[in-house]
Design a protein around this ligand. Structure first.
Ligand SMILES: NC(=O)c1ccc[n+]([C@@H]2O[C@H](COP(=O)([O-])OP(=O)(O)OC[C@H]3O[C@@H](n4cnc5c(N)ncnc54)[C@H](O)[C@@H]3O)[C@@H](O)[C@H]2O)c1
Length: 250
């Protein structure tokens, strides 16, 4: 029970890595608030798990939504111990084919959203002198790929944002760290594969990128997020952890 009595917000907790994180956190004794655009999905998970989980509709791109979630969480709990900035969207397009609306949506969801959640949640953590923020970036934030300028810029920005927050918060007792998953079998990855003309070839290509010879599971990323959320990682500040089956070791 590494999160016994801890109050945690997981953005994008209705699906994939976020869902696995919610499940793992509840197993470890946490109370969790899922903030997700997909309210029905978040509510279904909350109903399945138990009263330890609450679901709220939130668009991480919208400042008013984020402020409302923060206000509701702080009114209910007085403090938030753990914030997982996981909500994200993917885009596979050349820099030239990416529209300005697509660029804005990807940057706003994957980078501005985590900053907004920090803006409204972290000051209370600082007041208490304790808290852990975990940002979910990607291997796309560490190395270059084709068709990845918007997504990679957002995820690379999130890595630097993590480090800058860690330095700014240095001695406050609030820690900010980041995980960079490789190719993980989630609905996001499923949608990407389905958008490819040859799905079998796309799946083979994805497997081939992973030196361990298989895709990662969402639960394996959740384990890394749990590490940063728990007191097992008290010396980690601004850490960027690859959880990618060896991809960035190549
Ligand atoms: N699956 C992978 O291979 C992989 C690899 C590296 C990084 N990631 C990152 O992990 C995170 C989770 O990805 P996943 O694969 O579980 O995706 P997913 O699509 O399965 O889940 C994403 C969740 O985020 C929610 N969401 C999307 N936009 C939102 C918004 N504006 N406000 C609130 N919620 C929103 C969705 O409703 C969904 O529940 C993302 O940040 C993604 O970029 C995924």
């Amino acid at each position: 029970m590494r999160l016994e009595g801890k109050r945690c917000i997981v953005t994008g907790g209705a699906s994939g890595i976020g869902e696995a994180t919610v499940r793992r956190f509840v197993e470890e004794g946490a109370e969790v608030l899922i903030a997700d655009l997909n309210l029905a999905g978040a509510q279904a998970l909350a109903a399945e798990l138990d009263s330890a989980v609450t679901a709220v509709k939130c668009d991480a791109r919208q400042e008013a939504d984020v402020r409302d979630v923060a206000t509701a969480a702080l009114e209910r709990w007085e403090n938030v111990d753990v914030l997982v900035n996981n909500a994200g969207i993917e885009l596979s397009k050349t820099y030239e084919d990416t529209s300005t609306d697509e660029w804005a949506a990807v940057i706003d969801t994957n980078l501005r959203g985590p900053w907004l959640f920090c803006k409204y949640i972290v000051p209370k953590m600082v007041e208490r002198g304790a808290g852990s923020v975990i940002n979910v970036s990607s291997l796309n934030g560490l190395v270059g790929f084709p068709l990845s300028t918007a997504y990679g810029s957002a995820k690379g920005g999130l890595v630097v944002f993590t480090r800058d927050m860690a330095i700014e918060l240095g001695p406050t007792g609030v820690r900010v760290n980041c995980v960079c998953p490789g190719v993980i079998a989630t609905p996001m990855m499923e949608r990407w594969t389905q958008s490819m003309p040859d799905q079998a070839e796309a799946q083979e290509m994805l497997r081939g990128t992973m030196p361990i010879g298989r895709l990662g599971q969402a639960s394996e990323v959740a384990s890394a997020i749990l590490f940063f959320a728990s007191d097992d990682s008290t010396l980690c500040q601004g850490s960027v952890l690859s959880v990618d089956g060896g991809f960035t070791a190549q």
